[in-house]
Design a protein around this ligand. Sequence first.
Ligand code: BG6
Length: 484
Amino acid sequence: SDNLAFTVVVLGASGDLAKKKTFPALFTLFDKGFLPKDLAIIGYARSALDINDLRKKIKGFLKSKDEAKKDEFVQHITYVQGAYDKSEAFENLQHTLEEREQKSQGGPAGRLYYLALPPSVYPQVCKGLKEGASQLPDIEGSWLRIIIEKPFGMDLESSEDLAEDLNKLFPEEQLYRIDHYLGKELMQNMLVMRFANRFISPCWNNQHIANVQIVFKEPFGTEGRGGYFDEFGIIRDVMQNHLLQVLALVAMEKPVSLGADDIRDEKVKVLRCISPVKGEDSILGQYVSNGKDPGYLDDETTPKGSKTPTFAAVKLHIRNDRWEGVPFILKAGKALNERKVEIRLQMRPTVANLWHEEDPNALRNELVMRIQPDEAIYYKLAIKKPGLEYNPVMSELDLSYKSRFKETYIPDAYERLILDAIRGDQEHFVRRDELRAAWAIFTPLLHAIDDGKLEPVEYKHGSRGPPEADELIRDAGFVRNESY
Ligand code: BG6
């Protein structure tokens, strides 16, 4: 509504997430005119902070050359100091909010609580908010929403405990669980690609697709974040959440409508069709020094002798009519040879290949969606090599976003997701049952790793990862095709 008194409360205002993601995303939305006109931003944290220092610090994290705009933005920020476990502190926050909302034009109030805090304090903070700071003005259209971000627990049970604690205080409709991969441009494109293209939708099944890979590669190691990372490992860090969300969008059935819950219903359904990953369907790795860059155990913050995987490749089976027999490989690793996140669907061979009778695996079509860097969608397909000879070769139909959408701004994931939360659209947020289904897939494997029953193999910093993973992918039927 036009006269919404909108307030974002950033709890954990001086932390890393707030500085690197939350405030910069809010700034871009502000800069582009997407935030409600009647805007207040309240930073909340435990320490005594001088508001001018805080504004200056936040300004330093905003990516723009427009000094005036940045100044204008930080003028909207105020600060409330308060503990996370004291009811007076939340009552004080409520008081500040009431004052601010009373000054508005008599319209409804929208409150977005952004918990830029470790999940261990979510329950107490939500309790504080519920009891102390959740009374909205009695004006129709007023709302309160809470943004939280992973890690949501360590396994199925702890995640359910957390969800239970939070749901006792706030219903799902008010909880916005961020998985920032859902805010990435190519993920947002997935439903359009799949369901608005007659070229694609009829082929999207086990009749035509032979295998699917979802790959996450980062070229750097933990670099001082080892202490944090070691508690989780690569599966909890990116696979159970980001890559499974990607998989859900790739594999789900067509939703009844574009309604957030219709879409999430389909995502849950497909996740529930996946059997828990078995040890024999997984390859775990940990990077070691290549002589130049340090190994995982060389990171001083990594506990000595840690067996935490920094790499994993797993094979999943989706037990439904569409995907029976199609292996889905998820692969993720730190300290690899490149930065890349992509989805790769390899098609079955053509029948009676006229050019390669002896090798039915030659000339295999692939559809690749590169999520980052440089968003792109391309088809690998066979064409006649131009010239007087008559040889088929593999080539590419290439839609590169950089060249096709030159002037188009591609938003950062957080910008889009915060805007969705302001609009009350939960499509790109993870519902509790999705989370549960995702944990169910990995929990037995994670417990086996935690119990020391599975150990990582070594791979060199900056390499492709363990060769065993390439074998797993080859055994799943993937055939490497060089393009012309
Ligand atoms: C985070 C992980 O969720 O995602 C990090 O905790 C990882 O370890 C990051 O680096 C990757 O996000 P992006 O957007 O850089 O691909």
